[in-house]
Ligand binder design. Structure first.
Ligand code: ATP
Ligand code: MG
Length: 582
């Protein structure tokens, strides 16, 4: 089910906690209050939750919110958490998705112990219960086509009317249902329906379909079944079988709850409690499986794990940590009303975590050659560089310095605008961990006029980055040694959509037209410091002054590939500072 975005309020999302990390147990939200209440009143004497994905696509960050709530509630109350596949629709589900979901949930750190379940393993029990409802006169086989079913159902403003098969005898329904199971009838020719109330103001209660005929191979049960249960019928039974106490789900299920309760009550079986929370919506992206599938199938992205995707596999490939995602989920909390959270908050949580854990290295993305004319030819110095100022235990490393270097093109302007303190002719700057250098001349491409090589002199007395005479410079640049640095490809990412709300398109236009042409920029001629030679896929670094980067799985020794996870600039921190006044 997809959430309409149009009438969603945009809430100022929570401000970053003082001092960074939100730590300790989450404060009591309305779900935890309800659970605590149930324990107090004795409605339940334990807590057991589940995360019930349908294996019809990859998980996205919205699912991380659901997992954080499901698993977090169990943890906070010393309870249990199940991972259960709600695999009741063989036409859309695949083993690939099952495997990817297991990997993603495990990566997030949610622990289901040995409780990995499949709804399809309960099909026989569900079938027996369906027969029981028929025998109780609470369900019947209906021969209406799906169009006719909708016709009889009525609308939000008009009641439905009883169909011709509603009064079918128990014996006839039972016989037909058994023959449906036996495969005697073609797809779509009959359904099993609950006999509730065709005039109910809640459309979900107007004799909902419980089973449909579908001759399809299931990834788990193969060809054993040709009738498949519908979500509303199946879900409560799955929860009941597993002894779930609190069935937590998103708001779109709120008006399905009466049905959830009705089935369990009619059968008189163990009855969990369903509680709904608001889905996560994020700016500049889509959190709907249908749309994510569409992006993949239309070739707008390179698969579900494209680092621009809000899928957990995409975020992982991009360099997100599970800690950052978990902390983000804690920060946004549990709410009852739909809102849209600013992507800047997610990125803020990411930076907070990466800042603590990422080793610093130097890399030049758009190299400009620098020759230090007064530096002895052939000389190489190993300069000491700090690995992570946030983590003194991470120590230092050696970075080679030589006569020919690369700096960032952006760090030189032949004609510096006002307030530009980086390198320009006649100006002196500091090279990080190295020396003061002054620019004496520029060689330019005669055709384009672009600078291709700078000539500089260095001050040997300023080794380490300070001049003994107390001379000040206003800029410190990163650099790599030309001969020692390694070539690398760097992939820069921006928001996948230009608009905060990707659905915001003119009448009739495709939402995919909002895809940002700048969402991916590939730089092929980057240079990184030699310590990165053996960097393994998934390792994360801060490239000094540029942002956080991680090694892509495409990376090979000698052909390194990095993804920019996020830049250093923190728009969220700025927004929060503005909100709290001067
Ligand atoms: P569909 O569009 O098929 O309904 P879904 O995203 O709801 O997709 P499920 O596999 O049913 O897919 O999701 C598993 C659980 O994750 C559900 O309980 C659902 O409530 C929850 N969930 C899905 N999307 C979000 C979201 N954006 N924010 C919070 N929870 C979500
Ligand atoms: Mg759903």
């Amino acid at each position: 089910m997809e959430e309409p975005r149009k009438d969603v309020r945009k809430e100022p999302a929570p401000r970053p906690a003082e001092g960074g990390e939100a730590s300790g147990p989450a404060p009591l939200d309305f779900i935890r209050e309800a659970v605590a209440e149930d324990l107090r009143t004795g409605r339940f004497d334990r807590v057991h939750t589940r995360f019930p994905p349908e294996p019809n696509a990859y998980l996205h960050i919205g699912h991380a919110k659901a997992i954080s709530i499901d698993c977090g509630v169990a943890q906070d109350f010393g309870g249990l958490f199940n991972l259960r596949f709600d695999d009741t629709n063989p036409t859309k589900e695949e083993q690939e998705y099952v495997d990817a979901i297991i990997e993603d949930v495990r990566w997030l750190g949610a622990d289901w112990g040995d409780r990995l379940f499949f709804a399809s393993d309960y099909f026989e029990q569900m079938y027996q219960w369906a027969e029981e409802l028929i025998r109780k006169g609470k369900a019947y086989v209906c021969d209406l086509s799906s169009d006719q079913v909708s016709e009889y159902r009525g609308t939000l403003t008009s009641p439905g009317k009883d169909g011709p098969y509603r009064s079918r005898s128990v014996e006839e329904s039972l016989d037909l249902f058994r023959r449906m199971r036996a495969g005697e009838f073609p797809d779509g020719s009959r359904t099993l329906r609950a006999k509730i109330d065709m005039a109910s103001p809640n459309l979900n209660l107007r004799d909902p379909v419980m089973y449909r005929i579908l001759h399809a191979t299931h990834h788990n049960t193969g060809d054993k079944w040709c009738i498949y249960p519908m979500y509303d019928w199946a879900h409560g039974l799955e929860d009941s079988i597993e002894g779930i106490t609190h069935s937590l789900c998103s708001l779109e299920y709120e008006n399905h709850r009466p049905l959830y309760d009705w089935f369990l009550d009619q059968l008189g079986i163990y009855h969990p409690r369903q509680i709904e929370f608001a889905r996560l919506n994020l700016t500049h992206t889509v959190l709907s499986k249908r749309r994510l599938l569409e992006l993949v199938h239309a070739g707008c992205v390179n698969g579900f794990d494209d680092p621009r995707m809000p899928t957990l596999s995409g975020l992982r490939r991009r360099g997100y940590t599970p800690e950052a995602i978990r902390n983000f989920c804690k920060r946004i909390g549990v709410n009852k009303y739909d809102s849209i959270v600013d992507m800047a908050l997610l990125e803020h949580c990411l930076r907070e975590d990466l800042n603590k854990r990422s080793p610093r290295v130097m890399a030049v993305l758009r190299p400009l050659r620098v020759v230090i004319d007064n530096y002895p030819e052939g000389q190489v110095e190993e300069l000491e560089a700090v690995n992570n100022p946030e983590d003194p235990a991470s120590g230092t490393r050696k970075v080679p310095f030589s006569r020919e270097l690369y700096i960032e093109r952006d760090d030189f302007r032949e004609v510096p605008p006002k307030g530009y303190f980086r390198l320009s002719p006649g100006k002196e700057v500091r090279l990080r961990y190295a020396y003061f250098v002054k620019c004496d001349g520029v060689m330019k491409d005669p055709r384009t006029g672009e600078p291709v090589e700078l000539h500089c002199t260095y001050d040997p007395a300023s080794r380490g980055g300070d001049s003994p005479d107390g001379r000040k410079v206003k800029a410190t640049l990163h650099w790599v040694s030309a001969a020692h640095s390694l070539p690398a490809e760097v992939r820069l990412y921006d928001h996948l959509f230009t608009k905060e709300d990707p659905s915001d398109v003119p009448e009739g236009a495709d939402w995919k037209s909002n895809i940002s042409p700048r969402s991916l920029e590939v730089l092929k001629d980057c240079r990184v410091e030699p310590s990165l030679a053996g960097a393994a896929a998934g390792s994360r670094y801060q490239f000094e002054r540029l942002g956080y980067f991680c090694v892509d799985p495409d990376s090979r020794p000698g052909a390194l590939v990095f993804n920019r996870t996020v830049t250093l600039k923190d728009t969220w921190a700025k927004m929060a500072a503005r909100a709290s006044g001067p």
